[in-house]
Design a protein around this ligand. Structure first.
Ligand code: TXA
Ligand code: MG
Length: 327
């Protein structure tokens, strides 16, 4: 699949261009926005298809969960459940370069794809006037990974963003170099004690001082930035998943792609993309896996997915979901 080409508009961030970029976000577009840490590639976090375009533009071979950027604590409370530690940290460091990984709230509107199917959510209220104005004008949480191609370093200027993503995104709002230059510190508050998932712009000593206790370092002590799912496990369906299916058994539900299983006598069939569009398939992936699981089917037969474009990430996720449980 050729990656969708778009004319990328680069403009200094002003009230006018922020308004236009916010409108583009509401229509499902992609906007590189300055934050105090690094430039982020923003999309409407509530839209599965807008988020699918983010993964496609970055060329990510897997669906890493993304950070949802919000205006502040009030907006965040709608999306996730804060325990006392999480609330203390948010009030101490927001707006600012701290990301909190929390259990999703029942009122959460952030798409399953942005969460990589997980029941946890990463939230951050950035401390940059342009990012804040853009979130405000878009009127919804913005999912934003760093605005680089997969495998490259995070961009701290609009030129870096352009070098990686020109022609793949709609807008770059230029507000000069990022103040921090390193990504946000990520702390998980998922019921056990607060844990450092990624060291970042706020030193862990400052976080421990605000908490009045030590952070656990499950992932961070491995040295590398925390891979997703080190702490929170990957979403996996209860049903057994059979990959590259070209036929469907009598007790199987079908996860189709491009209609190849349409002729099979399956009770339940959901097609990720009848037209064979991998961006559409990515947008539907987690919701469809959950829907098929909820039917109570013991097994799901998944049609072959092409390996190019977002197909790599879809196949990666399907392979993980198909791996024997308990590993
Ligand atoms: O400073 C930053 O954090 C920048 C700016 C743009 O806000 N963003 C950023 O995003 O660095 P990204 O996608 O490059 O890194 C986000 C990290 C990933 O390593 C991801 O695995 C982790 O956050 N993450 C997101 N949601 C998670 C979750 N539910 N559980 C565990 N890790 C999560
Ligand atoms: Mg990144």
């Amino acid at each position: 699949m050729p990656t969708e080409r778009r004319a990328t508009r680069r403009a200094p961030a002003t009230a006018g261009t922020i308004g236009e970029a916010a409108e583009c976000l509401r229509l499902g577009g992609l906007v590189a926005m300055p934050t105090e840490t690094v430039y982020g590639l923003a999309a409407d976090a509530t839209s599965e298809s807008a988020v699918a375009r983010v993964y496609a533009a970055k060329g990510r071979p897997a669906f890493n969960p993304l950070i949802a950027h919000v205006a502040g604590v009030e907006a965040a409370l709608e999306q996730a459940r804060f325990d006392a530690d999480a609330e203390r940290l948010a009030r101490a460091f927001w707006p600012g370069p701290l990301t909190l990984v929390l259990p999703v709230a029942s009122t959460c509107r952030v798409s399953l794809l942005a969460r990589a199917g997980l029941d946890s959510l990463a939230l951050r209220a950035p401390d940059h006037p342009v990012a804040r104005a853009l979130i405000e004008a878009a009127g919804r949480p913005l999912a934003a990974p760093s605005a680089n191609r997969s495998g490259h370093v995070s961009p701290t200027t609009a030129d870096h963003v352009l070098a990686d993503l020109d022609g793949r995104i709609d807008w770059i709002l230029d507000a000069g170099p990022s103040r921090c230059g390193v990504e946000s510190t990520i702390v998980a508050c998922l019921g056990a004690g607060p844990a450092l998932l990624r060291p970042g712009a706020i030193p862990e000593e400052a976080i421990e001082a605000a908490l009045g206790r030590r952070l656990e370092k499950a992932a961070a002590e491995q040295g590398a930035p925390a891979a997703p799912g080190r702490l929170a496990s990957h979403y996996a369906p209860r049903a057994r998943l059979r990959l590259d299916a070209v036929a469907v058994g009598p007790d199987e539900a079908a996860l189709d792609f491009g209609g190849v299983l349409a002729g099979a006598p399956s009770r339940i069939r959901l097609d990720l993309s009848p037209s064979g569009d991998l961006v559409e398939a990515a947008a539907n992936l987690f919701a469809f896996l959950r829907a098929l699981d909820e039917t109570g089917a013991l097994a799901i037969a998944a049609a072959p997915i092409p390996a190019h474009g977002l197909g790599a990430a879809i196949n990666d996720r399907l392979r993980r979901a198909a791996a024997p449980k308990g590993l």
